[in-house]
Write a protein that binds this ligand. Structure first.
Ligand code: CP
Length: 305
């Protein structure tokens, strides 16, 4: 039985196959409309979500399956002290596959150890968000035509941003990838990722503070939100939250074919005027998230169409 804890759970070849399947689903949705008939997906969300929960649910419904679950820890027996380990044992009796989001790093691994159904890590604290990475890879491959030979700017909260951590892990496996890490000093990419992922794989990268300095050379800009929920102190969050604001004037510095991605939700870091720029791809990214989660559910349930 397979689970998805991190993007590295799939080899590059397996990822290519998954993205090809997502592409076929996009082109031929009717072919997959009953592929999961009789199957159930449970969504266990101990932390707020709009896209990740609803796109998993939409994916299962598009495949002809059913959904059940909870959308907050408060509406589950976690409030009575039930552990993740016990909860996942219950869920294994109710559903065929589950997606879990939890504020604690490593919680998805605990779920996996106690589950008898495939577990999808839908985000564990500041650690990993692998289905967002699958979404990002499908978006990049679909819109750029490749996943290699690109200079990628990662901007914002690189310290706590699990989407960035997962994306870096996935992209370093492709040739010719370079990163520009754009963050304030306090939100730099953790040293263990710089050392164990970037340095170990000999990936060229530079760290800059000003977005304007990075923009002209990028093939892709991945913006992220400064995450209020990860700060211990409101004052630090208020100081950091509007550090980066991508607007139309800054977009003039970028190449005509540079893509802007964002895992969303956005707060102030991308001005709404950028939405109409043809390089803004973050709402297309949301649609790709459904196709790739459909492909993931089929793959983990070992259903061939
Ligand atoms: N991108 C993402 O994880 O969004 P949600 O928090 O709304 O699920």
């Amino acid at each position: 039985m397979r689970h998805l804890m991190s993007p590295l759970d799939f080899t590059v070849e397996e990822l290519d196959k998954l993205l090809d399947l997502a592409g076929d689903i996009e082109a031929n949705p009717q072919k997959y409309a009953h592929a999961c008939a009789g199957k159930k997906l449970a969504t266990l969300f101990y932390e707020p979500s709009t896209r990740t929960r609803l796109s998993h649910e939409a994916a299962m419904l598009n495949l002809g399956g059913s959904i059940l679950g909870f959308s907050s820890a408060e509406s589950s027996s976690a409030t009575k002290g039930e552990s993740v380990a016990d909860t996942i044992r219950m869920i294994s009796c109710y559903a065929d596959i589950c997606a879990m989001r939890h504020p604690k790093e490593g919680s998805a691994l605990v779920a996996k150890e106690h589950a008898s159904i495939p577990v999808i890590n839908a985000g564990d604290g500041g650690h990993q968000h692998p289905t967002q990475t699958l979404t990002d890879l499908l978006t990049i491959r679909s819109l750029k035509g490749r996943l290699d030979h690109m200079k990628i700017g990662l901007c914002g909260d690189l310290k706590f941003g699990r989407t960035v951590h997962s994306l870096i892990n996935a992209l370093v496996r492709y040739p010719g990838i370079e990163f520009v890490l754009i963050s304030p000093e306090e939100l730099r990419l953790p040293s263990y990722i710089r050392r164990d992922v970037l340095d170990k794989n000999k990936i060229p990268y530079e760290e800059v503070v000003r977005l304007e300095d990075a923009l002209p050379g990028l093939d892709l800009l991945y913006m992220t939100r400064v995450q209020k929920e990860r700060f211990f102190n409101e004052e630090d969050y208020v100081r950091m939250k509007d550090f980066y604001i991508l607007d139309s004037r800054k977009m003039e510095l970028a190449r005509p074919d540079m893509l802007v991605l964002h895992p969303l939700p956005r707060v102030n870091e991308i001005s709404v005027e950028v939405d109409k720029d043809p390089r803004a791809a973050y709402f297309k990214q949301v649609q790709y998230g459904v196709y790739v989660r459909m492909a993931l559910i089929l793959t983990l349930l070992e259903i061939e169409v």
